[in-house]
Design a binder for this molecule. Structure first.
Ligand SMILES: [Fe+2]
Ligand SMILES: [Fe+2]
Length: 412
């Protein structure tokens, strides 16, 4: 999938609707299907005020695409993601404890941080004391990521039942912290990226609830109000004496885009800070993979494919690729069908190959639960691979309960 300007839309291109959330964006054209021959259709879309559109390169007529957009038939999104992620350098230390051992502490960290965020957001204001109280939570996140990052990264996305406004802040903190760690941000700065994640949307406390929780696409006017949350959050936080620059940058700039079409300042390229660059990616990933009242959660592999299509437009070169390197093509907690028909849960990332993670076998090819979950390193299996990802309505077990029983550490 690729995001293009409406002015680049041609007859024969196949439009896809990538779901919403940040696509509350009223300028995104989302009517799914192939653009037919009459050029008046494109003129009508332009006249209606749409600015951007996602197209599916494989379902578009090849003639409608510029030569450098064309993809060969045998290249899947997963292949592209995997190839790209293998080219990136990623030096995250390997886990020192099994995911099953780390799940309980990861769960406690998520719950307690969530309580803190809920109190802060419901209290409708932020002050220096909040930043001090938040620091031990971020320190615990970092320690957990160092023992086995799969536990916290997987678990925070499995806790879907809580209110999105709160879980989103916790998730963005966990992912930004892990992302900065993988990119080699120095130890003394690292926790500031986690704090930036916790506070980045604090300005939403000043956006009216009916806009914040609107179960529909926002009007242009409402969208303008929504967009004020990053500068309002920045203004609030900058009143705190001694506030760290990374927290201010992340809050102010997490909706800026590489191509200068973001907000609030239309910064571009290297005008955007490191915190802004990383959090732009993390923020959209969490929004799209989360369930909201008006949309189901989208599978992570699909979201990563969409985001890959936005590289070097919305995101800085290499940043999405590194993010995929951190999560793998199939993030921990993804339920998958294997090529022999069996069902498994991804339990560990393989730094050598994003499409061949460690999985726990749950059901055999005949659909029967295996008596005791079996851990498989797909990299070592010549005749077994991931076939498809399954949606929550396609299985009837609790993924976190499965992961709690995994006692094997992924090999080097
Ligand atoms: Fe935001
Ligand atoms: Fe956000």
């Amino acid at each position: 999938m690729k995001k293009v300007n409406i002015t680049d839309l041609k007859p024969g291109m196949y439009v896809v609707n990538p779901g919403d959330s940040w696509l509350m964006n009223p300028f995104l054209y989302t009517h799914e299907g192939k653009i037919e021959k009459e050029t008046s259709i494109i003129e009508n879309i332009l006249d209606s005020g749409f600015l951007e559109v996602f197209i599916d390169l494989k379902r578009s007529d090849p003639d409608s695409l510029p030569p450098d957009w064309r993809v060969s038939d045998d290249t899947s999104t997963e292949d592209i993601l995997n190839r790209q992620s293998e080219e990136e350098k990623w030096n995250t230390p390997l886990p020192t404890v099994p995911i099953g051992e780390e799940m309980a502490e990861a769960n406690k960290i998520c719950s307690e941080t969530l309580d803190f965020v809920r109190g802060m957001i419901d209290g409708n204001h932020v002050e220096g004391e909040h930043v001090e109280i938040a620091q031990p939570f971020v320190e615990r996140m970092l320690n957990s990521l160092q023992r086995n990052s799969n536990a916290l990264l997987g678990l925070c996305k499995l806790r879907m039942s809580d209110n999105y406004t709160y879980t989103h802040c916790v998730n963005v903190a966990v992912f930004t912290l892990s992302f900065a760690r993988g990119l080699g941000v120095p130890e003394d700065k690292l926790q500031l990226y986690g704090l930036a994640g916790l506070f980045h949307d604090i300005g939403k406390t000043m956006v009216p609830q009916e806009i914040l929780n609107a179960p529909r696409k926002l009007t242009n006017l409402e969208f303008e109000v929504m967009k004020t949350h990053s500068s309002r959050g920045y203004e609030q936080l900058s009143k705190i004496p001694g506030i760290f620059q990374e927290i201010l940058d992340g809050t102010y700039q997490h909706h800026e885009k590489y191509n200068g079409l973001g907000y609030p300042l239309n910064l571009k390229s290297d005008e955007i800070s490191m915190a802004g660059k990383l959090m732009a990616v993390v923020d959209i990933y969490d929004a799209l993979t989360s369930q909201r009242v008006y949309k189901p959660a989208m599978p992570a592999v699909k979201v990563l494919g969409i985001m890959y299509g936005m590289r070097e437009q919305d995101f800085h070169p290499g940043v999405v690729e590194s993010f995929i390197r951190m999560l793998g093509v199939y993030p921990v907690g993804t339920v998958v069908k294997l090529t022999d028909g069996s069902m498994a849960v991804v339990s560990g990332i393989n730094n050598n190959s994003g499409t061949k993670p460690q999985v726990v076998l749950i059901k055999d090819p005949k659909g029967k639960f295996v008596p005791r979950p079996v851990v498989i390193e797909l990299e070592k299996e010549a005749n077994l691979a991931i076939d498809t990802c399954l949606l929550p309505n396609q299985y009837n077990f609790k993924v976190d309960e499965i992961l709690k029983n995994v006692q094997e550490i992924p090999p080097v």
